[in-house]
Design a protein around this ligand. Structure first.
Ligand SMILES: [Zn+2]
Length: 479
């Protein structure tokens, strides 16, 4: 196994470091052979609260240069901390990782041969894979690391999303991961300056921060050229327009939208990134400090929306309505125009819905999770297992909270769409999982081959029926 090949600069001179810092990439090593240079960052204090993090196994010495395992170790440590430090202050005091994760979110630096990265409720894991003689380590990309930690943050504040049978909630989990990467990396002064320069101040345009996971996309492109975008895995500066996922194909090339979660995530990410650009323009000045402020405002609004929005089939529209509602409460509606414009532009709200939210639907409502009442349990739904080759009924969780705002996105022709019923959304989602071979049977759970198949879901025996549960979020390619 080659461990020294990779994205390190070809220059031989050591990069400067001091005893008080570590080297890490800004947001990605870049397409090999990279011309990027790591930056010096404060030595991370991994166990700090809120959101303590850690790396499994012995601590490696710092001071490593790109291309060494010591560099990858401290690069990972720094990005874990960087991401937790972005989200921590935005969460309710005392917020902890999802209870099965334990007190600290632990990362595995290199779990073996796979072009992938995972969040499960044991932690986050990163892998390596050699393509055309070049080894790519998913844990070396800050975009990938901050994305995985994003899954964990969302699971900490909205654990109900974990096992919901819905393409749209899964799409949002992936979107939150990408948003986590974008907002986290904007805490770097060098990144903010670079993005403002690259976009001439129109920061919702394509830039180094909007182009996610360039290096991993390069590796995937060598094998499946159509499955990632031309210059990155996903670009937050996009024009994808919302469609009801039931009307979309199960999978599609990267240039088109499908209801596969990573593909469909781009609609919400695109709208949110456009809104971020608007919030930046709404600041009193448009320098690097204002961009940091915009990132924090956008992140805070998103956290509030996630914790209040009901889990329903048209989930993106509910999130958008709750972002607008939270802006009213927190900022007296200062960013309402920017938010509405962005969500209309991407079809997540219809113009009529957005106007309705403005004119009074929100008046008199307090933004809080179901008022004083406990959030109702999401409903389990049982279908004939024979549809999926099973000899027992299969039960799974439907996206069936009570809707708070009557919004469901734009219709393709004009006006507003109707949301699909939760059982139809659930059935379609589960069928897609089987079509994509993402469900492990009880036997498969224990027999993984030399190239491990990491099923996202599993079925477990539950009395006279089977129950569908998530195992993990997988974020790369199957190789
Ligand atoms: Zn993901």
């Amino acid at each position: 196994m080659s461990s020294q090949v990779g994205a390190g600069p070809k220059v031989a001179e050591p990069l400067a470091r001091s005893t008080s810092g570590v080297l890490s990439w800004e947001n990605d090593p870049g397409v090999p052979p990279t011309t990027r240079r790591p930056i010096l960052r404060p030595e991370p204090e991994l166990g700090r609260t809120p959101l303590p993090v850690g790396i499994r196994g012995p601590q490696l010495p710092d001071g490593g240069q790109p291309g060494t395992v010591e560099f990858r170790y401290w690069n990972l440590a720094e990005v874990l901390r960087r991401t937790a430090d972005f989200w921590g202050p935005l969460l309710a005091p005392g917020t902890k990782w999802q209870s099965q994760v334990g007190p600290a979110l632990l990362a595995t630096l290199d779990a073996g041969d796979n072009l992938n990265a995972f969040y499960d409720r044991e932690g986050v894991s990163f892998w390596h894979h050699t393509t055309n003689g070049i080894t790519v380590y998913s844990g070396e990309s800050p975009d990938v690391v901050a994305h995985e930690v994003g899954h964990a943050v969302l699971d900490a504040i909205r654990p109900q999303l974990w096992s919901v049978a819905s393409a749209e909630t899964d799409g949002f989990h992936e979107s939150f991961g990408d948003i986590s990467a974008i907002l986290t990396h904007l805490t770097l002064p060098t990144m903010r300056t670079a993005v403002i320069a690259e976009t001439s101040g129109r920061v919702s345009g394509s830039s180094q921060v909007s182009r996610l996971a360039e290096q991993m996309a390069w590796a995937i492109r060598q094998r499946r050229p159509a499955s990632v975008e031309a210059d990155c895995m996903r670009n937050a500066a996009n024009n994808f327009f919302y469609q009801n996922p039931l009307t979309l194909p199960t999978e599609a090339p990267a240039a088109a939208l499908s209801r596969e979660s990573h593909s469909f995530s781009r609609v919400f990410t695109g709208a949110f990134f456009r809104a971020l650009g608007g919030i930046f323009q709404d600041q009193d000045s448009q320098g690097p400090d204002a961009l940091l402020e915009a990132a924090r405002i956008a992140g805070q609004l998103l956290v509030a929306a996630v914790t209040t929005a009901p889990i329903v089939p048209a989930y993106y529209a509910q999130l958008a309505a709750h972002l607008i509602a939270e802006d009213r409460v927190a900022h007296d509606g200062r960013y309402g125009n920017s938010l509405r414009r962005a969500f209309i532009r991407h079809g997540i709200l219809s113009p009529r819905e957005a106007a309705g939210l403005e004119e009074g639907d929100l008046d008199g409502r307090s933004v809080g999770l179901f008022g004083d009442a406990e959030e109702p349990e999401l409903t389990a739904h049982s279908v004939d297992g024979a549809e999926f080759g099973l000899d027992r009924p299969l039960s799974f969780i439907l996206p069936a909270n009570r809707t708070r705002f009557a919004v469901a996105g734009a219709a393709p022709e004009a006006g507003s769409a109707d949301a699909s019923p939760p059982d139809l959304v659930g059935n379609s989602y589960v069928e897609d999982l089987f079509r994509r071979d993402q469900v492990a049977t009880p036997a498969q759970e224990h027999t993984e081959g030399p190239h491990p198949r990491h099923y996202t879901h599993k079925i477990i025996e539950n009395g006279d029926e089977f129950r569908l549960e998530r195992r993990l979020f997988a974020c790369g390619a199957r190789v």
